[in-house]
Design a protein around this ligand. Sequence first.
Ligand SMILES: [Zn+2]
Length: 323
Amino acid sequence: MYDHIRGQDNAIARLKTLRRLGRVAHAYLFTGPPGVGKDTTAKAFAGALLCEAGSETGAACGLCRQCRLFYGAAHPDLHLVAPEGASIGIDQIRHVNAAVSRKPYNRRHVVVINAADLCTDQAQNAFLKTLEEPPGAVVFILVSDRAEALLPTVLSRCCEVKFRRLKPEMVAEELVKRHDVPPAEAKAVAALAGGSIGRALELHSPETAALRKKVLALAASPALARVNDKTLFTSRAEVWQWLDFMSLWYRDLLLYRLTGDAGLVVNTDYLQEIQKAAYAAPQLLGAVEAVETGKKMLRANVHQRLVMEGLTARLASILTKAR
Ligand SMILES: [Zn+2]
């Protein structure tokens, strides 16, 4: 079950060792950015904890009776908690508390709480009592990408297992291999996804692909002023995406201008245009900076239209200057 998880070797090695040696604590907190494999790892760890043979390899064997129950999503000792609506409420935690106070069917109860930071304060307090005095054989696995939202008293009772951002190459590879994303697009969305496969998959939507095409077509053509077309950006989120794609575009142009190395180009499906572009390095540096300034303004809540109008005027002036 751990086999499909990429880029989290340290966390997985640690969990396997714990299981092999039987040194399992009462509560774990899996932290790290969203979309890097925390949920999948929590499930695999839960499987290993329930498996009869897990003490040999540290992973679930997939064959024993416990594993069959687990894979059939019918293991009576496994308790999964996820937000109902916007939060995890006190009733959900009370339900878990009651379940784990009963004798386990086999060896121990395993409770996985996804998005644990969405527990209400009441729910966390109800949970805290169980954490402080575990009723018996139970392991809690809390998963969160915003662990700072948990009560310090809860945090201090959990062993933290940290998950890392993935390298963009790894994200791109996963998208191509497992999600049938065309390689050039995979490389581009992976570069924007901040090391998260989940985020990359969000970015890989037909709408985003269309937007990227639009941005690159405009950025690649000298008729940049057309970006002023009011119909082009509807939402703030879309303007962010515009700016992200534009940074990536000018970064590609600049890197290629400086190094001549096509291997560094992210927008590989636009390699020809990038190789043909005749801008000088200072112009491209100016363009990269102009886009960054645009992002800063947007972050400072300047109206999106003002940001984009200012940016396109600035880019037009930088890029049409005599070189
Ligand atoms: Zn097993």
